[in-house]
Write a protein that binds this ligand. Sequence first.
Ligand SMILES: CCCCCCCCCCCCCCCCCC(=O)SCCNC(=O)CCNC(=O)[C@H](O)C(C)(C)COP(=O)(O)OP(=O)(O)OC[C@H]1O[C@@H](n2cnc3c(N)ncnc32)[C@H](O)[C@@H]1OP(=O)(O)O
Ligand SMILES: Cc1cc2nc3c(=O)[nH]c(=O)nc-3n(C[C@H](O)[C@H](O)[C@H](O)COP(=O)(O)OP(=O)(O)OC[C@H]3O[C@@H](n4cnc5c(N)ncnc54)[C@H](O)[C@@H]3O)c2cc1C
Length: 665
Amino acid sequence: MTNPVVQKVNPMLTEERAKASFPVEELTYILDGGKFNTEKRREIEELVTKDPNFEHPPIQFMTREQQYSLAVKKALLVQQRLKELDMLDDPYASYFFRRIAMPREVSPIGLHWVMFVPTLMGQCSDEQRERWLQRALNYEIIGTYAQTEMGHGTFLRGIETTATYDPSSQQFVLHSPTTTSIKWWPGGLGKTCNYAVVVAQLHTQGRCHGVHMFLVQLRDESTHRSLPGVVCGDIGPKMGYHTIDNGFLQLNSVRIPRENMLMRNAEVQPDGTYIRRVSNEKLTYGTMVFVRSLIVSDAARGISEAATIAVRYACVRRQGEPSSPGAPEPRLLDYPVHQYRLLTCVANCYGLWFASEVLRDLYFTVQPDVLEGRTERLPETHALSAGLKAVGSNRGAACVEECRRCCGGFGFSEASGLPKIYNDINPACTYEGENTVMLLQTGRHLLKCVERARRGEQLAPSDAYIRSRPTPQPKLAGGPLTADLLLGWLRWRSLSMLLEVSGRFNSFIEQRQAWADAFQAVSRRLTRCAEAHCILYVGQAFLDSAKAAENPKICGVLTSLCRLFLLNEVVSGAGDVQLSRSDLARCQDAIDSLLTELRPNAVALVEAFDLPDRMLCSVIGRYDGQVYEAMLQWARQSPLNATDVHESYELYTRQFLAGRSLAKL
Ligand SMILES: CCCCCCCCCCCCCCCCCC(=O)SCCNC(=O)CCNC(=O)[C@H](O)C(C)(C)COP(=O)(O)OP(=O)(O)OC[C@H]1O[C@@H](n2cnc3c(N)ncnc32)[C@H](O)[C@@H]1OP(=O)(O)O
Ligand SMILES: Cc1cc2nc3c(=O)[nH]c(=O)nc-3n(C[C@H](O)[C@H](O)[C@H](O)COP(=O)(O)OP(=O)(O)OC[C@H]3O[C@@H](n4cnc5c(N)ncnc54)[C@H](O)[C@@H]3O)c2cc1C
């Protein structure tokens, strides 16, 4: 463990830790992708922990301006440290450095490395890459990704900002023609960035060619003042994300050179002739596919943090009727219903963790082909990244919230660290494509797969089961409820639901409804099909990873956890298809048995994520389990406690008690 061995660990936690039936350290290596990665991550965590420059009081006691300012300092300091340590080119090292230096504090320059740089990589011609990419990688310029407008986020083709080509000056004129066309939301746009990739409708030679990307300088590189025609600022406080300046941007006929259109896939020649180089115009959406795949792993990491806090707390928190006179009150973790709430979160976390790895590998396998214009596997990659982004962030937010509630009143206190995690995960349900809209993209793809399967065409690996013939529902009562059997049932469920919805869709088409209308008519059901398809993917990734574990003890515990995940899906999906009462009852019994079996490993399963206290920032989830003393210390830091009598007493309360009117004060 990276946590320093504290003098006095709560004996209740020590007792729970001793119950582990498998080598926790080995599971950590699996989660990190190898011992080498674990060691590297720990080295980085130690570097940051020892660096006094990253020490500060809890940000929850600061104003938003203070939080933003500190976040800018830390984000830039991270870059300086990474450079000194020669780690800038190592994505794994830089990711962990940022994560531990700014735990669940969104970086004001986050969009630079999550979207701006990847967009330059994916959308620039080779020549443009040479001009801008190195400057961006060196942080000589800081950029964001400005796509969403006040009026349009989801419906990308409806964006109103225009980029009109002027052949006489060989410039594009970037303009926000309406209030609704003002860019709204981009991270770091308000105060931090000096450049942006701006998404706009391209007009040349009197024709509109749809959305394209343009590199626009927003602020002077030395004074940081906004350039003529550029009006930008912060959009104000949000539900979370206090450390980042999500911004607005109004462009008043801002001129940029022709060469600032990102020209990998399409080009405007000096005379204004438009040339499209690739047939698939959705390649412009490439950065979003990349970020959606990252969001799945970020959701899993969010649950791992919340579950570590809530499981540790459940081991040290006693509350309730003692089982016999004189016995201590039960621990929260002794309650089966509490075990269910927490262990299903842990199971979701592992499932999403492994699925995100498979998705990441798929993305990096397909991406080189896509860059060369070979797009055969792009529809599958888009459908999976969109659907898993939705399922991952929905589950992420739901599980973090469940863990928060599992901590009772303390879960509502910022001291628990849980609100910070929740507020960081929750917006992922909206950004990078609102979740329902993303599920509809996956659903659209699945409908098309059914059609292609009917025509006897090949399908991509993750869609291949759609080619199989409908079979009777697999029986769950009878033999053992193995993970393979349960996964088979989920595959059957996904196919049955899809065939039913596709049949309904086809009947609308036969009644001569337009494709779009028929799609709307089945859209509600289709989102459920998309979820079922993605859950199947998660279940498959989970089971494959469990089976791949060399240590039989780890293989055993992961398979049990995977069975809990699958059973929970079967039970909660029982209404999607008709699951018999006896099958349902068997699954419920199996869940109860699994809770008893997994309970001794609850702490080990979350501690395998190896999250140091510095990362969790939680008074109730500390490694040493000394919750109550730490809670009192935390409250003492509240600025309201700086004086015994608060100034509001003199100003208002005293007047009120004396019967004086407060109206004129
Ligand atoms: C280094 C390590 C770092 C680790 C970091 C870890 C941290 C991770 C967390 C990251 C934090 C990031 C901070 C926040 C960032 C938020 C940034 C944003 O929100 S930015 C703003 C984000 N904004 C959004 O996400 C906007 C959401 N809206 C959209 O994406 C689009 O409007 C749309 C997809 C909904 C529709 O598009 P539309 O043009 O109307 O298309 P139609 O429906 O008419 O379908 C036509 C055909 O196109 C197909 N196709 C579609 N997409 C793709 C694709 N990507 N590809 C391929 N194909 C695609 C589709 O399947 C269909 O095919 P077919 O059936 O014809 O064969
Ligand atoms: C924290 C945060 C950070 C962000 N960062 C950036 C950034 O860096 N850059 C950037 O460009 N943008 C950014 N965004 C914007 C984000 O991408 C959009 O908010 C998102 O794509 C949703 O678009 P919208 O806000 O227009 O929602 P709307 O489209 O108005 O959605 C409202 C509701 O309507 C539903 N709906 C919409 N269309 C349909 C449909 N066709 N069918 C069924 N239901 C539908 C949605 O499901 C949703 O529930 C950020 C947003 C947030 C919250």
